[in-house]
Design a binder for this molecule. Structure first.
Ligand code: SAM
Length: 283
């Protein structure tokens, strides 16, 4: 079955009485070039288990299943289960799990489903939960090698921005702590049905084995990052003292010990400087 062919998609969906739910970020890929490329870039291959989020009608799932040893796809919309049974009938190495990716115990799922395999994540993510899904995958320290996902173009820019650059925000610094992000390729909005109002980008986050900086407390580091980037127009001195309820003189002294100028803004700080500042703040 050609799952990126519009008339095939329409006939499968209408046979199952399916209508798109905008609230679930349901924009399905119809550009035939995108899924094979994503599947290749994800590293899906012999001996690999792939965790997919949101298979839709299974267009990416099928490309992953052609390459990987096993694919487990988590789909929240129950109405898609009979559709997927039909569209993925040719693949014996795919399991569809009905559930909310934000609520599932993914560590348990991975250990039960992918024993002895290298695991990667590959997905065309629902836009309304892009960053929460990515942060859940990273913060839970799941045993996955990489995360290859399609996200909104603007989200990709934020997620992949390097500390010390204008586009950097709290989420960029957090992503970089856990992974090495890279932008792979752009996907025009005309590649989807229904067509969204924004273009997309495929990114890959290669999960680090060790953090790139030494920090005394992760909790404190992430609290600092949130505070520093929370009020971007303020200096770090002001945003951190307000955000972490610390006296200005305490933050000023920590900045000095970390070798950071007093009027620095969060977007000017490198990962090493953010780490140094976090280590110099009182615990
Ligand atoms: N992979 C398909 C494709 O590329 O055509 C569909 C991608 S569509 C952008 C996002 C999919 O995620 C939809 O199938 C939607 O129902 C599903 N979804 C939305 N929220 C979800 C959640 N919390 N957990 C799991 N799946 C979810």
């Amino acid at each position: 079955m050609n799952l990126s062919d519009l008339s095939t998609i329409k006939s499968v969906l209408s046979r199952h009485g399916f209508s798109f739910a905008k609230s679930l970020g349901q924009n399905f890929l119809i550009n035939p070039d995108v899924c094979p490329r994503m599947a290749e870039e994800s590293g899906a291959g012999a001996g690999t288990g792939v965790l997919e989020v949101g298979p839709g009608i299974g267009v990416l799932t099928a490309e992953l299943a052609k390459r990987a040893e096993k694919v487990v796809s988590v789909e929240l919309d129950r109405r898609l289960l009979p559709v997927l049974r039909e569209t993925l009938a040719d693949f014996s190495n795919v399991k569809v799990v009905n559930g909310d990716v934000m609520k599932l115990d993914l560590k348990q799922l991975i250990s039960e489903e992918f024993s002895g395999m290298d695991v990667v994540v590959c997905a065309n993510l629902p836009y309304y939960i892009t960053s929460p899904v990515i942060m859940k995958l990273l913060e839970e320290r799941l045993p996955v090698k990489s995360i290859t996902v399609m996200v909104q173009k603007e989200a990709a820019e934020r997620l992949c921005a390097a500390p010390g650059t204008r586009a950097c925000g709290a989420v960029s610094a957090a992503v970089r702590y856990f992974a090495e992000p890279e932008v792979l390729f752009g996907v025009d909005r005309s590649s989807f049905v229904p067509q969204p109002n924004v273009d997309s980008t495929v990114i890959r986050l290669t999960v680090r084995e060790e953090p790139p900086v030494a920090i005394r407390s992760e909790k404190q580091f992430f609290a600092l990052v949130r505070a520093a980037f929370g009020q971007r127009r303020k200096t770090v001195l002001n945003s951190v003292s307000a955000g972490l309820s610390l006296g200005r003189e305490v933050v000023a002294a920590a900045l000095e010990r970390a070798g950071i100028v007093q009027n620095a803004r969060a977007e000017q700080l490198t990962m090493e400087q953010l780490a140094a500042l976090s280590n110099e703040l009182p615990q």
